[in-house]
Design a protein around this ligand. Structure first.
Ligand code: BV8
Length: 249
């Protein structure tokens, strides 16, 4: 399934970074962003995941996230999530960077996890002077109700602790992701269409810095040409194979 160079490079890697996108959760039943799952009622998901949409109609945006909470709540990690968590235990330095907000990597046992776009099970206050603005809180309600939810400390509007399109990523989060990317000698990018920045730039940065870069995606992407190896396979099948081939179970 993988080239011998890929297995040799991963087996001897001192520092590994894995970047995942929505495709890694597809085999758990999570609709991907740009596939058919990118639609909700008559809306493109990407048109609701914006600060403008929230300012215009916070209740509608919260209904969208309640829908995603309802879809996500019963879902489990798939073999791809577990293979990544198993790899972390076998590599001296390991960083998992995910664009996904579904928390499935954490459930699968990931430890050194950087959530670039936040987490659907956390909320924060939009009142910038409120203590719950800088410190997001866990909220597992399915659904969140009443809508839109208000902060119990200041009665401000609560929002999902998620990075929307057009919003800056948390500087500390992006710094740690880029630091790991520049330092690694093996980089895996799995399940992403590489359409969204700044995540999509990371595999190319790793390549520039001399890392061996492996892409796993059933479809080719704009990254594929630049990878050391691009395997057209699903992550739930390919990642367990990769773990077995490099670390022997
Ligand atoms: C930023 C949280 C600085 C929300 C997400 C013009 C105007 C404004 C902004 C921009 C602009 N041009 C560029 C930008 C920057 C923008 C951007 O990149 N836009 C794109 C769409 C053009 N980026 C940002 O705004 C970022 N912030 O840059 O700050 C700035 C600030 C202001 C202005 C300019 C710059 C913030 C982006 C964060 C957005 N939030 N998620 C939510 O989830 O509700 S991103 C969202 O898309 C998800 O996190 C998702 O993960 C991510 C990326 O998509 P993918 O993960 O790749 O998923 P996708 O469906 O696309 O693809 C799935 C892939 O899986 C496919 O390739 C498929 O083949 C594959 N697959 C399918 N099945 C499997 C599989 N692979 C493996 N196994 C399988 N079984």
């Amino acid at each position: 399934m993988f080239s011998p160079n890929t297995i040799t490079a991963l087996r001897s890697a001192r520092s590994v970074v894995v970047l995942t996108g929505a495709g890694v959760s597809a085999e758990s039943g999570v609709p991907t962003f740009r596939g058919a799952g990118g639609l909700w009622r008559t809306y493109q998901a990407t048109s609701l995941a914006t600060p403008e949409a929230f300012a215009r109609d916070p209740k509608l945006v919260w209904e969208f996230y309640n829908y995603r909470r309802e879809v996500l709540a019963p879902l489990e990690p798939n073999p791809g999530h577990y293979a990544i968590a198993a790899m972390e235990a076998r590599v001296p330095e390991f960083t998992l960077v995910t664009q996904n907000i579904d928390n499935l990597h954490r459930i699968a046992g990931a430890k050194n996890l950087v959530e670039l776009h936040g987490n659907i099970w956390r909320v924060r206050c939009t009142n910038s002077v409120c203590e719950h603005s800088a410190n997001a809180q866990e909220n597992r309600d399915v659904p969140v109700s009443p809508l839109p939810p208000r902060c119990d400390a200041c009665d401000g509007l609560l929002r999902p602790h998620i990075v929307w399109f057009g919003e800056m990523l948390d500087p500390d989060v992006i710094r740690s992701a880029l630091k790991a990317t520049q330092a690694c000698d093996f980089f895996i990018v799995a399940g992403t269409s590489a359409a969204v920045q700044p995540a999509a730039g990371m595999p190319l940065l790793a390549r520039q810095e001399g890392a061996y870069v492996l892409e796993i995606n059933p479809e080719r992407t704009d990254l594929s040409e630049a990878m050391n190896e691009s395997l057209q396979e699903t992550s739930g099948v390919a990642l367990p194979h990769l773990f077995e081939a490099a670390f022997g179970g």
